[in-house]
Design a protein around this ligand. Structure first.
Ligand SMILES: NC(=O)c1ccc[n+]([C@@H]2O[C@H](COP(=O)([O-])OP(=O)(O)OC[C@H]3O[C@@H](n4cnc5c(N)ncnc54)[C@H](OP(=O)(O)O)[C@@H]3O)[C@@H](O)[C@H]2O)c1
Length: 309
């Protein structure tokens, strides 16, 4: 496993982290349970993974509870926990309350990486950031991150920070949804902030296991524009190429898809429902696609552009 430092922090994280939205057990079907998630996290940690991403909103706190159970027997300093506060909890008092409740559910005395889940214009961002800084001052949070903010919003937020820095922006980024490559990634690099990629295997689509006849029926993906016959037809050449590279390299399509994002400098946090998926995803680390493969993936991704679909 390779490790990288998040932004201007001392968090040295495994470049493949663990996405725990699925641990909330809402919207992702019923082909797994809390125990399979706990096993997935523990075996991932045994394999070198140390970064877990959850949120108060995943399963209304259930994900944080399951993550808390999974890490209860692991020394606290061996794990880097990222969680998130969501609107409408962006007022000063609500941020503090959310952080305390997340810590209780996770069974920890501090959160390593506390993130604003998405932009909210109903509360002045200055107030929200001041509460986040207060949490750092109190030792309840080590570092501040955000999710789903664009460069302009970040520029403004950076100017409002008084004593601490924003170290990361977590955004949707995968081979198909590659919009962060058009400016955001460059902006974050110029500020020494880390891009954390969510939905890095396009909710399972880039694993190659879904076809027009075999689409997932859970809530999350039945509403997703990618999980349609039309989208699958459009990305067919891209999936074919990923399959070919995977076969040549003795990797899986998920591993190739995650590796592409690692080559672009992102931290990836694939979601997993069981240990087999999680361990496969960890196999995306420790090697790199070559320049020709990267260019061909970029070319096929651009020509099958679904960003407006
Ligand atoms: N900040 C935000 O706004 C935000 C938004 C979304 C997600 N996130 C975070 O990002 C994480 C990842 O994003 P995501 O869950 O949307 O998408 P993802 O990681 O691209 O896809 C996860 C899904 O893909 C399938 N899968 C995973 N590994 C696989 C493998 N090796 N082979 C085959 N299938 C595999 C599993 O579903 P099936 O087995 O059912 O196919 C799994 O539930 C989340 O868990 C969460 O922590 C953050």
């Amino acid at each position: 496993m390779n490790y990288k430092v998040i932004g201007k922090s001392d968090m040295k994280v495994s470049e493949v982290g663990f996405g725990a939205w699925q641990a909330g057990r809402k919207g992702w079907g019923s082909d797994y349970d809390d125990e399979s998630i706990i096993e997935a996290i523990r075996r991932s940690v045994d394999a070198g993974l140390n970064y877990i991403d959850t949120a108060e909103t995943y399963g209304d706190g259930h994900s944080e509870e399951v993550v808390g159970r999974a890490i209860s027997s692991i020394p606290r300093e061996d794990i880097i926990i990222a969680t998130k506060v969501k609107p409408p909890h962006f007022t000063h008092d609500a941020v503090i309350k959310s952080a305390n409740e997340s810590m209780r559910r996770l069974g920890v005395k501090y959160i390593d990486h506390y993130q604003l889940h998405w932009p909210d214009t109903s509360v002045p961002v200055k107030e929200t950031l001041s509460a986040m800084e207060e949490l750092v001052d109190q030792g309840k949070v080590r570092y501040i991150g955000v999710c789903n903010y664009n460069a302009e919003e970040l520029e403004n937020m950076i100017s409002l920070m008084k004593r601490h820095e924003i170290v990361s922006d977590q955004v949707k980024y995968n081979i198909i949804d590659h919009d962060p490559e058009n400016g955001l990634m460059q902006f974050l690099a110029s500020r020494r902030m880390t891009l954390v990629a969510w939905s890095p295997i396009a909710k399972g689509l880039l694993s190659g296991k879904y076809t027009a006849e075999n689409l997932p029926k859970d809530d999350i993906r039945s509403r997703d524009r990618l999980f349609t016959k039309q989208a699958l037809a459009k990305i067919h050449p891209l999936l074919d190429y990923l399959r070919k590279v995977a076969a040549l390299r003795g990797k899986t399509m998920s591993q190739v898809s995650l590796n592409y994002l690692l080559c672009m400098g992102a931290e990836v946090i694939p979601g997993a429902k069981n240990a087999a998926q999680a361990l496969e995803n960890i196999g995306a680390s420790g090697w790199r696609l070559n320049g020709t493969e990267i260019s061909e993936i970029k070319k096929l991704a651009t020509s099958s552009d679904l960003s407006e679909a």
